[in-house]
Ligand binder design. Structure first.
Ligand SMILES: Cc1cc2nc3c(=O)[nH]c(=O)nc-3n(C[C@H](O)[C@H](O)[C@H](O)COP(=O)(O)OP(=O)(O)OC[C@H]3O[C@@H](n4cnc5c(N)ncnc54)[C@H](O)[C@@H]3O)c2cc1C
Length: 328
């Protein structure tokens, strides 16, 4: 059997999570360097609904386990199924997206297999010795640490979503498909999913949100919140704030970004009336695209922003809302 990099493919309602495709694209790049093949693992479904996307993003092989007990994600079910597969097939590298599922599953699987795990990586590479190198932030994002995967196989890592991107899809790639039947028993899975309900964007954990609208002391007064909510509605964004925004009672503590709050990396973040103190930016500088609105041209937030808007947020935000409304 040829040596492989495995990528776990997360899917929901016949849609693949984009974060898994990002990992697949990265696995393809690494596989070229290390002369490995890329296998995409689909649990709880046949390969068919996902084959086209997995071909486009670089799978050499799709390995599907369409077992009834894997239809809904459970830590037990996925851990048992994947641990059994790993023991039989012995992949060289196993990559997952650092999504809520990946963060739950990867440590459990690594422990079951008695192997190491480097979580939340930003950069991966293959070094001259052919080993996987994994780089991730440490000490609250102040330094980056590089690890070499030279221990027990597979070398396992999770990758922060939204960092690597998808790039151009491939044309004409056709993965082999293998469907595996597995002897998974209901007593192997201690939890049952009784139902799934969607969470209102307003109640979403800010570290899970793709779009975040953050504000700080520059909001001025609580009555201005209405303007922010109008923009959040148009952006389909989750609301968050600096520590001052929490101290002023504009947002609750679980929505605080930064050293003593949460570290987030949404696809897009708007920072309105936030100065950009280091304790704030260490919680958001890994975001995919940063827009800052501030009335002080020397504000530090502009140093990390992709787009800097110099102006009063009380004027800029309502104008943005109008532009977004009319562009729909
Ligand atoms: C140990 C420690 C831990 C900390 N942890 C955190 C943390 O987790 N998160 C955090 O955020 N902070 C944290 N802080 C506090 C941090 O140092 C800053 O004080 C805080 O981030 C500042 O919040 P701010 O940007 O909202 O306010 P300010 O620094 O006061 O900035 C307000 C900004 O709004 C702009 N502004 C004002 N009016 C307008 C307007 N009308 N339109 C547009 N712009 C306007 C101003 O130009 C200014 O840049 C911590 C501090 C310490 C010492």
């Amino acid at each position: 059997m040829e040596k492989e990099i495995w990528v776990l493919i997360e899917h929901r309602e016949k849609e693949i999570e984009e974060a898994s495709l990002e990992v697949l694209v990265e696995a393809r790049r690494l596989a070229k360097k290390a002369r490995l093949r890329v296998a995409a693992l689909v649990l709880g479904s046949s390969a068919q609904p996902f084959a086209e996307a997995l071909n486009r993003y670089g799978a050499d092989r799709i390995c599907a386990v369409p077992h009834e007990l894997l239809k809904q994600y459970t830590t037990d079910g996925y851990t048992t199924a994947l641990a059994d597969l790993v023991k039989i097939r012995c992949p060289e590298i196993f990559l997952l997206a650092a999504t809520a599922l990946g963060r739950d599953l990867a440590p459990r699987l690594a422990t079951r297999l008695q192997i190491g795990l480097i979580s939340d990586c930003r950069v991966l590479d293959i070094n001259k010795e052919g080993a996987l190198e994994m780089t991730r932030p440490s000490t609250g994002g102040r330094v980056y640490t590089r690890f070499e995967g030279s221990g027990a196989k597979p070398c396992m890592a999770t990758i922060r979503p939204g960092v690597l991107g998808l790039g151009k899809p491939l044309k004409g790639n056709k993965a082999e498909v293998e469907e595996i039947s597995m002897d998974l028993k209901s007593e192997d899975v201690r939890t049952r999913v009784l139902g799934i309900s969607s969470v209102d964007r307003r109640d979403l954990d800010i570290s899970e949100a793709e779009f975040v609208l953050a504000f700080g002391r520059g909001l001025g007064e609580k009555s201005n919140l209405i303007k922010m909510e109008a923009l959040a509605d148009e952006m389909n964004a989750c609301i968050a704030g600096s520590r001052v925004a929490v101290d002023e009672g504009y947002v609750s503590f679980e929505r605080q970004i930064g050293q003593t709050g949460k570290t987030i990396s949404p696809k897009v973040i708007f920072c309105c009336g936030i100065s950009g103190a280091q304790q704030f930016t260490m919680g958001m500088r890994e975001s995919g695209f940063i827009v800052a609105i501030n009335n002080n041209r020397k504000a530090d937030i502009f140093k990390v922003a992709d787009i800097s808007v110099l102006g009063d947020l009380n004027e800029v935000v309502p104008e943005l809302v109008e532009v977004l409304k009319s562009s729909k």
